[in-house]
Design a protein around this ligand. Structure first.
Ligand SMILES: [Zn+2]
Length: 332
């Protein structure tokens, strides 16, 4: 949720401040992300002089949280620069781009590795939100290093020489993904909030007609939606997505109660429509007006907190002065 806030806050701030093309890399088209550092020893500092020329696409074959845990565990000797969550496209960065992540053996020094949450056995599949978020990320990286947007430079782990991995597998849609990357790269470089916020769209909620005892990817999608809205714990879902059991029943009922719907525990048309609405309205804490230099407000604090989280500044004062302005405009 806070990622959308960051995107919106930055977009608003940037809109308020810029003289359009003067802005350098990240703010407008760089997707918002979280930063959780991989354990020392699971990556190496620097690039050993190599130039970054290629982006490597991976699938986790495990949940988002288990991937983060694995990269943070000392001694696992594995990492990736980024990890993109299936359900909503949330991005966590674990290794700085200037450092070498351990994701593709001899290709490590000249590549950036992006893991995509995917766990077929638990019904965690690629989603439109994930493809879009990852495409924005790739687009930003490609611009930064002048990497051509083609399949020679944006490759699957399995396509590199000397690898023993089959990812991404056949459910990764290269054609669609590359079309998203190209359209981002070919645009004017500004990502609108609506292109990041995909959750009012079809495909974001499962079709109506799910009930206790059902299983499969639609149930997983329902669970992730409920978790996103705070009606289920992320851990519960990542621990067993895809089975409509007692916890999912309770979460559907809690959601129905909150939305003043009949509390049946059945995911039918009414509940489905309410879920779509709730997701579409999600970033409710976003600032509603552009922030102007000289302003002092809680919206400014929120923007500063977001900027601090992203590593662009360290003070949260609530005052939109020169420091905040520079942080917004900082190139990384
Ligand atoms: Zn891989």
């Amino acid at each position: 949720m806070s990622r959308w806030l960051v995107a919106i806050a930055i977009a608003l701030a940037v809109t308020a401040l810029t003289p359009a093309p003067a802005l350098a890399a990240p703010p407008p088209y760089y997707p918002p992300l979280d930063w959780v550092q991989a354990a020392a020893g699971n990556f190496s500092v620097g690039r050993g002089g190599a130039q970054i020329t290629t982006i490597v696409i991976h699938e986790t074959d495990g949940s988002y949280s288990s991937a983060i845990n694995w990269f943070r565990r000392p001694g696992s000797k594995a990492s990736a620069h980024y990890l993109v969550r299936a359900w909503d496209g949330e991005i966590t960065q674990l290794v700085a781009e200037t450092d070498t992540a351990y994701h593709a053996r001899d290709a490590n020094p000249w590549t950036i590795g992006i893991e995509h949450e995917f766990y077929l056995r638990q019904g965690i599949l690629h989603t439109d939100a994930q493809y879009r978020s990852s495409a924005l990320l790739v687009c930003a990286i490609a611009r930064r290093y002048d990497i051509p947007i083609d399949r020679n430079h944006i490759v699957g782990h399995r396509e590199l020489p000397n690898q023993f991995h089959g990812d991404p597998g056949p459910l990764w849609d290269w054609t669609y993904y590359m079309s998203l990357v190209r359209s981002c790269a070919g645009g004017d470089g500004r990502v609108t909030v609506s292109s990041v916020e995909t959750c009012g769209e079809p495909g974001c909620t499962p079709p109506a007609g799910l009930e206790f005892g059902d299983e499969g990817p639609d149930v997983a999608l329902l669970q992730w939606a409920l978790a996103y809205l705070g009606f289920m714990a992320d851990e519960t879902v990542s621990g067993g997505a895809g089975n409509f059991g007692p916890q999912t029943l309770a979460a559907v009922q809690a959601f129905q109660e909150a939305k003043e719907l009949p509390v049946t525990g059945y995911y039918g048309e009414l509940t489905s429509a309410a879920l779509s609405d709730a997701l579409a309205q999600n970033p409710v804490t976003a600032p509603t007006a552009p922030l102007a230099p000289g302003t002092m407000s809680s919206d400014v604090s929120k923007l500063q907190i977001s900027l601090r989280k992203l590593g662009y500044m360290d003070l949260v004062t609530g005052y939109y002065g020169r420091i905040t302005q520079e942080a917004v405009l900082t190139d990384v």
